[in-house]
Design a protein around this ligand. Structure first.
Ligand SMILES: Cc1ncc(COP(=O)(O)O)c(C=O)c1O
Length: 374
């Protein structure tokens, strides 16, 4: 057991998560604004090419957020009214809302208790005649390998769209999936807000580019010069503005530093909590750049309250979606998710923290657990 520690938390531990800027982002953003191109422009074009090189993929489509990216990716797969999308309940509401917005049905499934990620068996059991897509969530950054079921999904015409909002930098497991990243404020890479899609094919990339521009086929420059344009199919306003792309480019060039720091912090938590009774770490595996550090503890609500009262930035990510009023029509009993829902606690986790901060927080967690059982 770690010794009890000082009453006042270190400043960085007061936040559950925080944006991390390297410094040059502000000037880069100002230059992009001064250049006068506020929508999709040269910064976004470059960002897409640099992301593709970094990820070692043929193409990347930048979008305004992962929520929009999931919406567009499902649209590109042809998901529409009445179609079922297999999705874990244990995720942010942003995973589910695009399914519902398309008139499709979220077919909620349980996750593995140690990872909070879906497994092949749960997907296989949930497949039905209306299944059109599977939407695994890379919870905490953990890659989800559905490779064993890809041939069956392909045979049935079922697409995989990965919600990799929390997983930029983690290993990609299958080229059979369309992968959607978030570059939101507290993500591994931030563009302040933003996202990107790794398409499976050149045709899909083209469709996504058209759909992120309201379904209009011509480029912005061509549209301005011409007397008309063509709207071909559905679309959203989903481009990544150039000023956000400029921020993303600075972050991408320095990504290795942030990735190493996040991995080191997660490992420091693991060391500090190893062997602690009543605490199990949600495992992100060896192939992740962790987004967060989540533990499962008994009496979570009391532990949460005690730590919050001490000024420690713990949180809960997330209340399950199948129990939300908005998604009640599609609810079903998910015992593993419901059990986890009362136990998960996200510890402070962001790149401005040090390994000593994780040690401090681990001790505070054990103190809080001791208080709940005293
Ligand atoms: C699992 C998950 N999916 C989707 C999103 C939505 O990302 P964005 O804020 O870029 O729309 C988030 C953002 O927090 C997320 O954590």
């Amino acid at each position: 057991m770690l010794p009890s520690n000082a009453a006042v938390p270190p400043a960085s531990v007061r936040h559950n998560a925080r944006p991390y800027l390297h410094g040059p982002e502000i000037a880069a953003m100002a230059r992009a604004v001064q250049a006068g191109q506020y929508g999709h422009g040269p910064q976004a074009e470059r960002f897409e090419r640099e992301l593709a090189a970094h990820l070692d993929v043929p193409d990347v489509v930048a979008v305004s957020s992962a929520t929009t990216g999931i919406h567009l990716a499902l649209l590109a797969c042809g998901v529409g009214p009445g179609d079922e999308v297999i999705v874990p309940s244990q995720t942010f509401a942003a995973t589910i809302q695009p399914i519902v917005a398309l008139g499709a049905v979220p077919r909620f499934v349980d996750h593995h208790p140690a990872t909070l990620c879906v497994e092949v068996e749960a997907v296989r059991e949930a497949i039905g005649p209306a299944t059109r897509a599977v939407l695994p969530v890379l919870y905490g950054g953990r890659p989800v390998d559905l490779g064993a079921i890809v041939p069956e999904l392909e045979r049935r015409g079922i697409h995989i769209v990965e919600d990799a909002a929390q997983a930029f930098g983690s290993r990609r497991t299958t080229a059979a999936a369309t992968t959607v990243y978030s570059f939101g404020p507290i993500k591994q890479l931030t563009a302040l807000v933003g996202g990107a899609i790794v398409p499976r094919t050149a045709d899909e990339a083209q469709a996504l580019r058209r759909m992120r521009a309201l379904g209009i086929t011509s480029s912005q420059t061509d549209r301005i010069r011409a007397t008309t344009y063509t709207v071909e199919g559905p679309g959203l306003r989903g481009v990544l503005p150039d000023m956000n792309a400029a921020v993303g480019r600075i972050q991408l060039a320095r990504f290795d530093k942030v990735a190493a720091r996040r991995i080191a912090l997660w490992k420091a938590y693991e060391r500090a909590l190893r062997g602690a009774l009543d605490v199990s770490l949600v495992d992100v595996g060896d192939d992740a750049v962790p987004f967060n550090c989540v533990v499962r503890v008994p009496g979570r609500d009391r532990v949460h309250r005690i730590m919050r009262e001490r000024g420690i930035g713990v949180g809960v990510h997330y209340p399950p979606n199948h129990l939300q009023p908005a998604f009640a029509r599609w609810t079903r009993h998910l015992p593993v998710t419901e059990q986890a829902a009362g136990e998960i606690l996200s510890l402070p986790f962001h790149p401005a923290m040090t390994p000593d901060d994780t040690q401090w927080t681990a001790t505070a967690l054990l103190d809080a657990l001791a208080d709940t059982t005293a």
